[in-house]
Design a protein around this ligand. Structure first.
Ligand SMILES: Cc1ncc(COP(=O)(O)O)c(C=O)c1O
Length: 382
């Protein structure tokens, strides 16, 4: 469709294009010096001691959970409203995912429900800073300490997020980031694990590349061939220099892009004051919200339209939207395997049925935003 506003379109400029061309011409496009530089710059940006670039946030979550080396069947608490890979990485590591409901207001995992789900088998907790809003870290850290849990932060939405001045991803053992095409920093596909625990970092890095001995990527360098040794049973989760070249340029623009998204966010917030839809809660004091998603709740009883009908009307007018997310118990696999029911996770279920994410890309022009708002006005007033 002509002039279609694609949801989550990435903002790629000549800087990223030139960096990729330079990398392609350099003679090395695999995991190498650009990845190392991207890791160093990301560690500096997130004020973490170590950063390891990987192929996706899904890979980052799987590696993190896999590296905790808990016992088969140990329980890991996860939110009931998140992307599937938060849950799947627990399953693929041999542990049992246990769902906690989210808070209706913040849409983040609810600390009160976390505590209700703790048993003798609970060993870890994976939290998601949903949409870029930091979780209630004071309460979560109290629980982590009280029950001696391993904390892993799914920061797929939270590249810029901070809580009381501390970067999200640095509260737990590992922080896992996504650079997927719709994210705040894109490398087409890509992810990063950050950590402040040296002992836990080296094995994870090796496990990301087959379990090869350190710096295996150097084996074809101009220092001559080097044998590698397999010291662990690993995965193939490494990032390439082509992806890292894009990431390095995107990281330089991270503040500029957040400022643009902040302006769009504020326009949406003042627009929705006049409508009977639930818009995002105020940003909590002493936090930075990464403004990854702008989500509203469409209640059929109030609006006369189901969320899916609302989305279809926008689509017919050339506006793409998204759903983040249908609740985890809504999906066939989890329903069948774990017998999870939506009625046990009331907030996740309500959000999953009513939520819609509106375009928030830094690519949006003023005229695009005017078109989005006037179309929504027409749809809601009919
Ligand atoms: C909360 C959350 N976790 C994990 C992921 C997985 O990220 P990736 O696509 O980089 O594997 C996503 C992606 O949308 C996500 O939203």
């Amino acid at each position: 469709m002509k002039n279609y506003i694609t949801f989550g379109s990435p903002s790629i400029g000549s800087e990223e294009i030139n960096a990729v061309v330079k990398c392609m011409k350099s003679g090395w496009i695999g995991t190498g010096p650009q990845v190392k530089k991207f890791e160093n710059n990301f560690a500096k940006y997130s004020k973490s001691m170590y950063a390891m670039a990987v192929g996706s946030c899904t890979a980052a979550l799987h590696l993190s959970l896999n590296s905790t080396e808990l016992n088969n069947g140990d329980e890991v608490i996860v939110p009931a409203m998140t992307f599937c890979s938060t849950i799947n990485s627990v399953i693929h590591s041999g542990y049992k995912p246990v769902l906690a409901d989210v808070d209706l207001h913040t849409m983040n995992i609810d600390p009160i429900d976390i505590e209700k789900k703790i048993t003798k088998k609970t060993k870890a907790l994976v939290i998601v800073h949903f949409a870029g809003r930091p979780c209630d870290m004071d309460e979560i850290l109290k629980i982590v300490k009280k029950y001696n849990l391993i904390l892993i932060e799914d920061c797929a939405h939270a590249i810029e997020s901070t809580y009381k001045g501390k970067h999200c991803g640095t509260f737990g053992l590992y922080g896992c980031f996504s650079f997927y095409v719709t994210k705040n920093l894109v490398t087409a596909e890509g992810g990063m694990i950050i950590s402040n625990n040296k002992e836990k970092v080296t094995p994870i890095k090796q496990r990301a590349l087959h379990g090869m001995s350190k710096d295996a990527w150097k084996r074809f360098s101009d220092n001559g061939y080097k044998h590698y040794d397999i010291i662990d049973a690993g995965f193939k989760y490494n990032m390439t220099d082509i992806q890292a070249s894009i990431g390095l340029e995107q990281l330089k623009k991270i503040k500029k892009h957040l400022n643009i998204r902040n302006k769009i966010w504020n326009k949406y917030q003042s627009f929705f004051k006049d409508y009977d839809v639930i818009s995002p809660a105020k940003v909590e004091k002493n936090t930075i919200h990464a403004k990854h998603l702008y989500t509203i709740l469409i209640d059929k009883k109030k609006i006369g339209l189901h969320r899916d009908q609302f989305m279809m009307k926008l689509h017919k007018n050339g506006i793409g939207t998204g759903v983040h997310y249908r609740s985890i118990p809504s999906h066939t696999f989890y329903k069948t395997k774990f017998k999870w029911k939506n009625s046990d996770y009331k907030n996740s279920s309500l959000i999953g049925d009513q939520t819609v994410s509106l375009p928030l890309s830094p690519n949006l022009k003023d005229s695009d935003l005017d078109r989005i708002l006037s179309t929504i006005e027409k749809v809601l007033k009919n």
